[in-house]
Design a protein around this ligand. Sequence first.
Ligand SMILES: Cc1cc2nc3c(=O)[nH]c(=O)nc-3n(C[C@H](O)[C@H](O)[C@H](O)COP(=O)(O)OP(=O)(O)OC[C@H]3O[C@@H](n4cnc5c(N)ncnc54)[C@H](O)[C@@H]3O)c2cc1C
Length: 453
Amino acid sequence: MAETFVVVGGDAAGMSAASKAKRENPDLDVVVFEKGEWVSYGACGLPYYVKGEIEELEEIVAVPKERFIEERGIDLRTNHEVTGIDTEAKSVTVETPDAVIEQSYDSLLIATGASAIVPPFDGIDLEEIYTIHDPPSGRALREALERPESERPQTVGIVGGGYIGIEMAEAFRGQGLDVHVFEMLDHVLDPFGEMVGEAVEEELRDNGVTPHLGTRVEGFDGEEQVEAVRTESDAVHVDMVVVGVGVNANATIADAAGIDIGDTGAIAVDEYGETSAQDVYAAGDCAEAEHVVTGEPDHVPLALTANRAGRAVGQTVTGDPTPTGPIAGTAVVKAFDLEAGRTGIIDEERARAAGFDPVSVSITSKSRAGYYPGGSAIEIELVADADSKRVLGAAMVGEEGVTKRVDTVTTAIYAEMDTRQVEYLDLSYAPPFGPTWDPVLTAAKVLNSKLDG
Ligand SMILES: Cc1cc2nc3c(=O)[nH]c(=O)nc-3n(C[C@H](O)[C@H](O)[C@H](O)COP(=O)(O)OP(=O)(O)OC[C@H]3O[C@@H](n4cnc5c(N)ncnc54)[C@H](O)[C@@H]3O)c2cc1C
């Protein structure tokens, strides 16, 4: 009898695993249970759908459900929620639209993703308070913006200045709304560091967004519908709120099954994505991954991590053990005309906790040769260990060319390069793309001199 690979969750990690496993072993029975209606969607596109740059919600679907079933031979069942895992009996309990069924497995992947955190703010149940996490939540926001002018929201409060909050600020400005961003820390984009945060805040203000920094939201006022965001010192009138204060790994069914949960709150896994239960794997936003710099488990819920880990698990379950690969927390975000990026460890305290002695420099360079028209400034903060000179991380911001440079530093981090090796990389050069000494080389040169004392 054919073996059965069961996947819980039909998005990035789950469908990558299912597709890879079926491709590697067409005889394998691959069953995917997805509790919602949508599969293989790119939540990353939702802010641009709300903005109106992406016309139809269906456009964010990478592979339609029918193709998985008809062309790839995957038994994909939507509106099927897995409510329990029995690791002894090797079976899962599934609530289908009309019954509760048991499905046995030889190997199982938990790819349940993460959920938007909704703090128990006073007034959280008022109407017109949203989160943005999946296609239905994106549709609800877009529908609100498509109401007749008299009922359409004019002012929106975004709670949380993380990357989703920043992307949503741009989306709502694009739709002509007054936008307020409430961030309890002193700067937006905390994982990107202060330099990037300050540049993005200026960009927000230049584009008519009001950031409320160091401002803790206490609740929402209104009769039936939200009318104001209440902070420690103020009440700011709004017609609509989006809460974007982060996500929690969906680890409840794993926890209930006795599977180990890591300190981050996500499911603990080994280098192959296997959990503490034999033949049970976890990948994507619900799972931890090893950080390439610290070697410690971490939880950075991003799309490539999910796709990559899912694909590796799909290969592993066909008998070819494949590590899911470490992460560097590499992230980029567009804030109006700015590009911001970060990779590795840039936080001093975190670097020290991992046993490093971090030293950093910040430089400002040009995105193109000085004489070539149209260039702009690019700021880079580069961090290395004082003793080994190993590059630990970087943050950067500018109007163009940030993503290429973030990826250069990411590659250096994976190769465990030191600042001198980075300084002498043969990076590409022509006037429209950068100065002769690429900004990354300049940052490494300056940091190397600082380390040499
Ligand atoms: C607005 C937004 C913008 C983003 N932008 C970026 C970006 O620019 N770059 C980036 O790298 N990442 C971005 N992300 C993050 C990225 O979308 C996620 O990292 C990625 O979707 C994770 O994939 P996943 O398969 O692990 O989880 P998910 O995409 O969350 O999928 C999990 C699936 O499991 C299903 N499920 C959960 N529990 C059960 C159950 N018990 N039974 C059955 N099914 C279940 C869910 O319905 C869901 O479909 C963004 C996310 C959002 C919300």
